[in-house]
Design a protein around this ligand. Sequence first.
Ligand SMILES: C[S@@+](CC[C@H](N)C(=O)[O-])C[C@H]1O[C@@H](n2cnc3c(N)ncnc32)[C@H](O)[C@@H]1O
Length: 319
Amino acid sequence: MGIKNSKLLSLTKFKRPANSNNSNNSNNSPPIKKIFNDDFKFIDGRRYHNVENIHYFLPNDDQEIDRLQLQHYMMRYIWHSNFSSPVRDLLNEGGVHVLDVGCGPATWILEMASEFPKCEFTGVDVVPVMPLTIKPKNTKFIEANVLKGLPFPNDHFSFTYTRFLNCAIPSSNWTTHVIPELIRVTKPGGYVEIMEWDIEIYNPGPLGRRLTDALVKNVKSHNIDDKLPEKLVSYLQDSRNLRNINHEFRDSPIGKQGGKIGTLALDNSIYAFKCCETKFSVEFGMTLEEYNAHFEHYAKEVDEFKSQVRTHRFWAEKI
Ligand SMILES: C[S@@+](CC[C@H](N)C(=O)[O-])C[C@H]1O[C@@H](n2cnc3c(N)ncnc32)[C@H](O)[C@@H]1O
């Protein structure tokens, strides 16, 4: 895929869509309404991507964007940083390009771009959910599908990052498309970093178990690998052109047992399970009200069982 096949989104051309497909194209910019109609579909009051052959099953409306932002701050707190690759000095020095693939609402990019004002940041997502009204000058956003190839030349970025893309990528495509593309666009000496969750909750109670099992079943039905983090190191080792392969993980508590961060983790997991409420309530033989009423019990259960979530970072240098 070349640049000509992607849509370069800019402040003047595109405003973040509201929670409906109602839009007014008040200037002479390209047909925004058409973009909305093409890019989004609405199911049970939630907005989803409308891109053919994309396996991503989570919504992309304001509610989900709020969840992703909450999740970003959780991650930064848990990891005490926005990345693990040894690129801080390089980014402080500036003059280099950084890429975030599957950037979503671009919270990571916006923060990084403010912290490292001498670098250029590019965010790519298959749907235009990036906030474009207020953004640092050193950022740009491109609508593109990583499974069709990234619209950048070889050896372009000094740091190529992706976070929580697993729910979008069929298992075999990690080694056939995603990892090769991340490596291709990275400069020799530059770093590739991947951050992922374990879909499993650790020490779940009975309800946590049931919800996680439903989630695992759901991701498998989309041909997504529920055990990806276990495999990523070997995928990176099998890739040509990488060295210094690193992996770290962090466990963090869900619920009041974990203080403020645990409460955020609880909210995040409830929002995530609520994204699947239509499907899961049917599967559990419940009404939506009954399904949602369960979360009060879930909030107590995670404390009782000391439930935890695990996140991973993988990073490697391109040869
Ligand atoms: C769980 S969100 C993570 C967003 C962001 N990385 C973060 O950490 O907040 C996954 C993102 O990947 C995007 N995505 C899904 N399939 C994609 C594809 N094939 N190419 C590019 N982006 C994709 C989705 O639109 C969504 O914004």
